[in-house]
Write a protein that binds this ligand. Structure first.
Ligand SMILES: [Zn+2]
Length: 397
């Protein structure tokens, strides 16, 4: 009897030790809000200034989204991460890349693109958000063009360019990646650039952006501070903040990790976008439904990343895959809500009881479902037997 009691105490001590070691990520996932319903939004970046073929495909996307309704009868939502300018190639060529000239989204050449965006916004299927004035840092692009013939050809092309064709490091707006590893920008430059792009966005859409998503997910605390000063309430992240391009050109210098609902130092609410659905890369429709079902088990809103290039390169196949993916999502989670990121962030901030779970059992089950993502925790829980009591909380499929 004494031996059994001692063994039991030893096991409890072991469990307490394991919980103590993983205290920080465990507590963070307990504090993270739990959504009462499955929540889904399709997040699509890179729209705006760029190839004129966007207008036709945006109109088709709006039709596709309108055909799909959630349990409240609301249409499927797609955020448009908007880019507000591309290079004016002929003008840059005329000065031999000695200076930069922009072709803004307000140019008459983009009338049809703007009209397609506005029509989808009016129909309640598109929600614009700030991706950036441009999908690069202009001085970095000019510097690269002086050395690299391919970048020079891109920068001076006669037709509005697709930034997807640029070398990946140069697609980051908030660093100078003309050299690798990239160099940081001055805070004052960032502040001025953000103030400018927010006012341009406001002139086009009639209101300031509330949500920002950095190009290539490379941004810094200084960018967040500038966004906050200009009224950005929510920042879409991949769950970590990369602040540079490293020596090999990859996003690096990660200085923060975040869960949905955590606040930036400057006050904005972080959201996490971590389901990737790029039909042109071979992603099947079921991937969207599986991503949603997993986030729903975790009590998380599901933000799905997809890019313009899918719909420009393979419009028929990508539109069909998106519609099939949305249909599969409704089968997997019939009670799902389509919702915009700004509304998701507001619900989190206000702990809106219509959205956010307060009952203990569902919160415990969602917490349990989140634990497997903590590096090494699953293995430790299995080896120590802690997995057994945790399994009683539910949360597994
Ligand atoms: Zn982008």
């Amino acid at each position: 009897m004494a031996l059994t009691g001692a063994a039991f105490s030893a096991v409890l001590l072991l469990w307490a030790g394991a919980l103590f070691v993983f205290m920080k990520p465990l507590v963070a996932r307990w504090r993270e809000p739990v959504f009462r319903h499955p929540v889904l939004v399709i997040e699509s970046d890179d729209w705006g200034a760029g190839p004129p073929g966007q207008a036709a495909v945006l109109n088709r996307l709006a039709e596709t989204m309108s055909r799909v309704r959630d349990s409240r009868g609301r249409p499927a939502l797609m955020t448009l991460g908007v880019i507000l300018e591309v290079p004016d190639g002929p003008r840059i060529a005329a000065v031999d890349c000695a200076g930069y000239h922009a072709l803004p989204l307000t140019d008459a050449r983009f009338d049809a693109v703007r009209a397609a965006m506005q029509s989808g916004i009016a129909a309640g299927v598109f929600v614009p958000q700030l991706h950036g004035q441009c999908h690069y840092w202009p001085p970095a692009l000019l510097a690269a063009a002086r050395r690299d013939e391919a970048v020079r050809a891109w920068l001076t092309a006669a037709e509005p360019a697709a930034t997807e064709a640029l070398p990946s490091p140069l697609q980051s707006r908030w660093v100078d990646a003309s050299v690798l590893p990239s160099r940081p920008l001055a805070d004052a430059e960032i502040h001025d650039a953000v103030a400018n792009e927010v006012s341009v966005y406001q002139r086009i859409f009639g209101h300031r952006p509330r949500v920002a998503v950095a190009t290539t997910f490379v941004w810094t605390g200084a960018v967040e501070a500038a966004w906050a000063r200009m009224g950005i309430e929510a920042i879409v992240t991949p769950g970590r903040r990369a602040t540079c391009r490293d020596a090999s050109g990859q996003p690096g210098c990660v200085d923060a990790a975040m869960l949905a609902g955590e606040r930036s130092l400057a006050g904005a609410t972080y959201l996490v976008r971590d389901v990737y659905f790029e039909p042109a890369l071979g992603h099947a429709p079921q991937r969207l439904a599986d991503g949603l079902a997993e986030r729903a088990r975790q009590g998380r809103a599901c933000l799905v990343e997809t890019h313009r290039f899918n719909f420009l390169q393979q419009p028929d196949a990508s539109l069909a895959a998106l519609e099939a993916g949305l249909a599969a999502a409704l089968v997997a989670c019939p009670t799902l809500w389509f919702a915009a990121p700004a509304d998701i962030a507001r619900a989190i901030r206000q702990r809106d009881p219509a959205w956010i779970e307060t009952r203990l059992r569902p919160r415990l089950a969602a917490w349990r479902a989140r634990l497997d993502e903590i590096p090494r925790f699953r293995r430790v829980a299995r080896l120590t037997g802690l997995a057994l009591p945790l399994a009683l909380l539910g949360g597994r499929a």
